[in-house]
Design a protein around this ligand. Structure first.
Ligand code: GTP
Length: 592
């Protein structure tokens, strides 16, 4: 295909503003998908995605429209997958910016606009959901003007009703620039996603930036210098469709017998071995997990099954890591690393659903840098593995810049919450008359606890949160141990700020008292720092006529997840003589 007939674009939107629905309509309108029984939202392929209504994996589809080849690259809609989003945007020349006509500009809208501008994309604003009675396109136009986007360029649409889809397609053809024609240059192909297929190996989703590639070519991955022979190239239409060649400007896939996704990383450049490009495409990063937790089978005999399941999941997900770990309390399990909390929940749910595993998951932790008095430096993401307090000279922890977008009336509550979570105020900006963006520097560990839930509840659901890792900084941190029936339960240890240790120790033992069932004997629960007991409660012995303890208390997101577990399966872990339920390991995260 000649480059002047190609348009590469993505759709960016705040969550729920209608990105997937709009993609569906465009596919239907252009006849890319004719099957009447088309599953809703074809671009979100995984079940989990559909259920949660979020897009996790970037996907691509080629649409034919009036002699043009329009390549739509779908982007993941969550902060955990920000790097994948950035690579998808790097594969495009234009972006449809979808804004809900009733909700207006939101945090992710802004974050996405900045990203699109950074990648020099032509932005086509689409004001969606104009069919809603509460739609207020005029207000959205004013907001667009406020953020420097020409409101006259906006297309009013309803993805649900299929209104003005033709105008959107025309705008893509007329306003998105054609890709650069570098067909004579050595191959430079950007990997923006990968998929593992047990039959074909790794399928690399690529945008050819320069040159061309065909079956039989010897390719070279520029970050690791590994070389493979191409078995097949093609496009997504939306099913995989073989082609003789992919050339400059096009979007499609390359299959070349790569067996491990870790050898074919998002962001890497594929070139030809014989005539390699001089320089790789800019922006390659090896993504690192930021959040870690222990995964243990409730039934120890499931260890091997869990190991195999983790290996299989990793085939498809290079950003997820695991290694064996033992806990005195929980036995044999794995320490797993994730990009963020959503990523962790997705993996956890897949393990339980697809592999029918019953798991105990410990509270997530970040990775700490510890400098010992001896000068030795350690990186530790398991609180249980912390050195003795007396041996530690300094502890550094990861900090993020958090951006909270919310209606002005909740600013007070949100600021208070940030301060309670060791937030350092940086900036406040008005997006329009009644919407504000707050910027705070905060420890990542505070964000991955109950912060988001609390923010939502304090702002009646209106606030949104985005964060970006800034780096490591020294903090006064201590390890808080929990003793159940006088024994330290290593899997319940957490790292807390020195100044908050009493308060958190007290709160935690009280919460544990609520979730650990009564036993035939009295069970003391204690909190300790550096061997010194700082809080204690007792779970009284069971009276004979008490049949069952109900686990009361508020229903957090974590607990809802737990409730989904199958009937009859009670996730209890025998620790010494005491049975501890799974939810105890998560109460560590909650805040009073
Ligand atoms: P994520 O994938 O989670 O980022 O969401 P999304 O932006 O893809 O939104 P999605 O397409 O899933 O739409 C969210 C909700 O809005 C769904 O319930 C859609 O049916 C609804 N919706 C989308 N477009 C329209 C529209 O034009 N009008 C109305 N009334 N509802 C719409």
């Amino acid at each position: 295909m000649q480059t002047d007939k190609i348009r590469n674009f993505c759709i960016i939107a705040h969550i729920d503003h209608g990105k997937s629905t709009l993609a569906d309509r465009m596919l239907e309108y252009t006849g890319t998908i004719t099957d009447r029984k088309m599953q809703e939202q074809v671009l979100d392929k995984m079940d989990l995605e559909r259920e949660r209504g979020i897009t996790i994996k970037a996907q691509a589809v080629t649409i034919e429209y009036q002699g043009y080849e329009l390549n739509l690259i779908d982007t993941p809609g969550h902060v955990d997958f920000a790097y994948e989003v950035s690579r998808s945007l790097a594969a495009c020349e234009g972006a449809l910016l979808v804004i809900d006509a009733a909700q207006g500009v939101e945090a992710q809208t802004m974050a996405n606009i900045y990203l699109a501008l950074e990648h020099d994309l032509e932005i086509i604003p689409v004001i969606n959901k104009i069919d809603l009675p509460s739609a207020n396109p005029q207000r959205v136009k004013e907001q667009l003007l406020d953020i420097g986007i020409d409101p006259d360029e906006a297309i009013l649409a309803s993805a649900k009703k299929g209104t003005n889809i033709d105008q959107i397609l025309d705008a893509i053809v007329n306003r998105v620039p054609a890709p650069y024609n570098g067909s004579k240059n050595p191959l430079k192909s950007l990997i923006f996603d990968t998929l593992y297929d047990s039959y074909q190996g790794v399928i690399a989703y690529v945008r050819i930036m320069e040159g061309s590639v065909k079956k039989g070519d010897k390719i070279l991955l520029m970050s690791n210098q590994k070389s493979y022979e191409v078995d097949e190239v093609g496009i997504f239409a939306p099913a995989m469709q073989k082609k003789d060649e992919l050339s400059s400007g096009e979007v499609g896939y390359i299959i070349s017998g790569i067996k491990d996704v870790r050898n074919c990383r998002v962001g890497d450049t594929i070139t030809l071995k014989k005539n390699p490009a001089e320089k790789a495409l800019p922006g390659y990063q090896k993504v690192q997990p930021m959040v870690f937790s222990g995964l243990y089978p409730t039934d120890n005999s499931d260890y091997e099954v869990l190991k195999e399941a983790l290996e299989k999941l990793q085939l498809n997900d290079a950003s997820f890591t695991f290694e064996p770990e033992t806990s005195e309390a929980l036995g044999f399990g794995f320490r797993c690393g994730f990009l963020g909390l959503l990523h962790m929940e997705v993996i956890q749910e897949r393990l339980e659903r697809e592999y029918d595993l019953d798991l105990v998951i410990t509270a997530p932790s970040v990775e700490y840098q510890i400098i010992k008095k001896s000068g030795e430096e350690l990186r530790i993401e398991n609180p249980a593995a912390f050195p003795e307090q007396g041996e530690i000279d300094k502890i550094k922890e990861p900090f993020v810049t958090a951006e909270i977008h919310l209606p002005e009336e909740y600013v007070g509550q949100a600021m208070e919450l940030c301060q309670d979570n060791r937030g350092d105020f940086k900036d406040m900006q008005y997006i329009d008359q009644d919407r504000v963006t707050l910027k705070y520097e905060m420890p990542l560990s505070e964000i991955i606890t109950d912060f988001f839930n609390q923010l939502k509840s304090k702002t009646r659901g209106y606030a949104t949160l985005d964060y970006e890792l800034e780096g490591y900084k020294e903090s006064k941190l201590v390890k808080l141990d929990i003793l159940v029936n006088k024994d330290v339960v290593d899997a319940l240890s957490t790292i807390v700020h020195d100044e908050h240790s009493y308060q958190e120790g007290n709160a935690l033992v009280r919460r544990l008292k609520d979730v650990i069932p009564r036993h035939m004997f009295k069970v003391p629960i204690q909190a300790a720092v550096g061997g010194k007991i700082i809080a204690r409660v007792n779970i009284p012995a069971m009276r004979k006529n008490v049949l069952q303890k109900c686990y009361g208390g508020d229903i957090s997101r974590k607990r809802k997840l737990l409730e989904k577990q199958k009937e009859g399966k009670k996730r209890m872990k025998q620790v010494g003589s005491v049975e501890i339920p799974q939810e105890a390991f998560m109460t560590v995260l909650e805040r009073d």
